[in-house]
Design a protein. Sequence first.
Length: 318
Amino acid sequence: MMTTDLREQPSDATPREGRATPGSSSNASVLRDAAGLANAFTIDVEDYYHVSALASAIPRDTWDSRESRVSASTDRILAMLDERRIKGTFFVLGWVADRVPLLVKRIAGLGHEIACHGYSHQLIYRQTPEVFTEETRRSKTLLEDLTGSPVLGYRAASFSITPRSRWALDTLIDLGFAYDSSIFPVRHDRYGMPGAARKPGFVDAPSGRRIAEFPMSTAAFGPMRIPISGGGYFRLLPYWFIRNGLRGLNQREGLPFTFYLHPWEVDVDQPRVKVGFVSRFRHYTNLDKCEARLRRLLGEFRFTTMRKVLRTQGLLSI
């Protein structure tokens, strides 16, 4: 069961950072001010051929033979963030870090937080605990060696920490992670933990130990939970619906949200892969609209790293 830390931070104890305006000389992310909360801006750094929805058509042993597009797409997102002086958290796939180490160094050098997205983008509940431990340790060590800084955060491939893979939380604690952002409190064919808390808090691992959790953001309509945190939902649902849902979290519920996207979602020229209708719909719909929507979102909300948001919420001390 997820439990939430109820400690509140003094309203005058949070450092202020600049508003997200082009050309501002200060960091555009704002931890907290009278106008609203700062939210966690996150990117899951992976290429189009790593996506679970395309796995049936792209065998893993063909990855190295495919054109790598992740650097160019990530650089486009980095430029958008730089325009507004926003810092974010980049959950980097170890496979990408192994092959494009300069990209990881570039992200870190610009002041963004580097976090872990596992190594091979396999669903956790299809891995053994031993394989998951080895891959996650490998990725965390690689990212720390590249950046010279501790990697505190983790996000599972396709949010695959579910009731049947909850054991992975103990592995994350054992490996020294301070927080997780893998739990999606919805029902879905590939992921989800219905009934999990919607706001950042502490989640209990099977051992009884706890780790800070920033769940993927949802809008509540009675008992229904509608995903509004980004990714495919950001492309498939109307922009006004996403915006109103996120504003509701900030203004009505007083909660920060997390937003996520993948570099391939701003890559309209990526190769088209022959897959079934559902996978094709999820992956390719509105790719041509995503960058413009992202630019609009960055101007309408305040963002910073996930680590800073969790510190502001009293869930991290480092």
